[in-house]
Write a protein that binds this ligand. Structure first.
Ligand SMILES: Nc1nc2c(c(=O)[nH]1)N[C@H]1C(S)=C(S)[C@@H](COP(=O)(O)O)O[C@H]1N2
Ligand SMILES: [Mo]
Length: 532
């Protein structure tokens, strides 16, 4: 720390002060949110607002690039961005006080706006962001004060020298070292307290002990109508294809929730209102008193790319949605079931698809256990044949009967189609794309789905040659995916294989490529193999 050699170099101290101050602010915000609501956390309120305000291309890009890790990517991205701005605030405050403080305070204001605009927010949700803003400004000033007075900016040569070293030496020749040590100690102390406070706050905000105990107490009822057993020949995973049933832990997860809602069965209600004969509010006990149906249904996300894996197949237990609607009575003329989750996400499902006899379920069980928290505990929807964004509301608490001409759901206001029937698709599961194999028989296997119509045939072609039939696994039901295998006599060289499905109505899968927006991807999956 020579005072003469660092005249023009940027001292890290103001930047560190900024980062520590904003870190302390965020930690204080977490702690202050504890008595209010997890949604009041400034970090999560802003993050959730970023998610909700992201234009469609950004969301597409995020899901394409990060897949189901898009939330982690958002957290990391936000963290880095905040740290950079925070460091800049430190320098700004050092050079042009109180500009840095003002930017930190502006962060707090952004938090207030974000928190107040979350669904179900009350004015108290502003408090943690106010606390965060105040703590941020105070810590920033405290830390910068430790650096001692700053010499008036030297503008002789148009270049400003920053601070700590040169300025402090000039101002307080004897006191610099101890001042610097004091800064380091203070900054480290504040950082340590902030990390501890933030961790405690986060732990208390995500204290899932209550809801974990709630879930552990559930004894799933015996279904009135059980799912037919899975016969031999349905699951070809012996050949390396995806297993017919997707384990809960492996099931893809897509939602806008940055914090998984923690809703107990005791607190759960489903309010049914709008164009109904009479408003009804169901409790968990009301729901459990109704006859349960168990069905295996394949769920698909509209963001699933050609060949993608945002699709899963599970055994669901629940009450037919039609029976629940009958309790309230749907008025003629209404065509949309607008469902809302506890975190305010909305979904518009055609009433005709819920009442036409398909197994649309208000589900409480997934593969023999209560719904996992990430998959909608305690109650979610499952509707065969429709993409998740128009059918599969998790943590569902509200049903409004309305019309497509009157209401728009979450993704429809963000550029996605109001209607979302699942497009038929087929994909390769094995062997891996771009892998190498010896000449001779190579068994290629995959999965195809055409929910609620059923897969009739899957075909494979090699190097744009004629379509050849693949061997199909036994069909479980028209609502589930179907596996296939293709024993291929591979010859030396590089080959491109493509697959396509044909449904029970004789329609072939759409070959023309379309990206996922606005109503689901189409096009043929292909794998390239090198045969040696
Ligand atoms: N509350 C809520 N439910 C939701 C969503 C959401 O963002 N919030 N996303 C939907 C989408 S787009 C899909 S594809 C399915 C995914 O369900 P899963 O996560 O159980 O696989 O949930 C649907 N239900
Ligand atoms: Mo989705």
């Amino acid at each position: 720390m020579s005072s003469t050699t660092t005249r023009r170099s940027l001292s890290p101290a103001p930047g560190i002060a900024g980062v520590v101050a904003v870190g302390a602010a965020l930690a204080a915000g977490e702690l202050a949110a504890v008595p209010i609501s997890p949604d009041a956390s400034p970090y999560f309120a802003v993050g959730s607002s970023v998610v909700d305000l992201s234009p469609k291309p950004v969301r597409d890009w995020a899901i394409d690039t990060f897949g189901t890790a898009d939330k982690l990517a958002l957290f990391v991205g936000m963290g880095v961005l905040i740290a950079v701005i925070a460091a800049a605030c430190g320098y700004l405050e050092r050079r042009r006080p109180p500009l840095g403080s003002l930017v930190v305070a502006a962060f707090g204001v952004v938090g207030v706006i974000a928190a107040l605009n979350r669904p179900n927010a009350t004015w108290t949700h502003a408090v943690p962001s106010v606390v965060a803003g105040v703590v941020g400004v105070l810590v920033l000033r405290l830390l910068l004060a430790q650096l001692g007075p700053r010499r008036a900016a030297s503008r002789k040569d148009g270049v400003e020298t920053d601070g700590a070293e040169t300025d402090d030496v000039d101002a307080r020749p004897a006191g610099r070292a101890s001042m610097s040590r004091r800064f380091v100690l203070t900054a480290a102390g504040v950082a340590a307290v902030a990390v501890a406070a933030g961790a405690v706050g986060r732990k208390m905000l995500t204290d899932t002990a209550g809801v974990i105990a709630d879930r552990a107490r559930i004894l799933l009822p015996t279904p009135r109508t059980s799912a037919p057993p899975v016969p031999d020949g349905v699951d070809l995973s012996g050949s390396g294809a995806t297993s017919f049933i997707t384990d809960n832990d492996d099931f893809y997860r897509i939602d806008t929730a940055l914090q998984v809602p923690t809703l107990t069965t005791e607190d759960w209600r489903l309010r049914i209102h709008g164009d109904v004969d009479k408003e009804v509010t169901l409790t968990w006990d009301d729901l459990l008193a109704m006859p349960m149906t168990e069905r295996i249904v394949t769920l698909t996300c509209v963001s699933n790319e050609v060949g993608g894996d945002l699709v899963g197949n599970a055994r669901w237990l629940g009450v037919p949605m039609r029976d629940v609607l009958e309790l309230a009575g749907v008025k003629p003329g209404s065509d949309m079931l607008l469902s809302t989750s506890i975190d305010g996400w909305t979904c518009g499902t055609p009433i005709s698809d819920v009442t036409d006899g398909r197994d649309a379920l208000l589900a409480i069980g997934m593969n023999g256990s209560p719904l996992p928290f990430e998959h909608g505990y305690p109650v979610r929807q499952v509707v065969p044949g429709l993409y998740g964004y128009v059918s599969a509301t998790k943590w569902v608490v509200d049903w409004e009967i309305t019309r497509f001409s009157e209401a728009k759901a979450y993704w429809t206001t963000r550029g996605w189609s109001a209607m979302g029937p699942i497009k038929m698709a087929s994909r390769f599961d094995r062997p891996a794309d771009n892998s190498e194999h010896p000449a001779g028989e190579v068994v290629v296997a995959g999965t195809a789905w055409a929910q609620h119509t059923g897969i009739e045939r899957v075909e494979v072609r090699v190097d744009q040659g004629p379509w050849q039939p693949a061997e199909l696994a036994a069909e479980y039901s028209i609502d589930t995916w179907r596996q296939w295998r293709f024993p291929w006599q591979a010859t030396k060289g590089e080959h491109t294989l493509e697959c396509r499905a044909i449904d029970k109505l004789g329609r072939a899968q759409i070959e023309r490529y379309q990206a996922t927006a606005p109503d689901g991807a189409s096009g043929l999956d292909d794998h390239v193999y090198t045969i040696v």
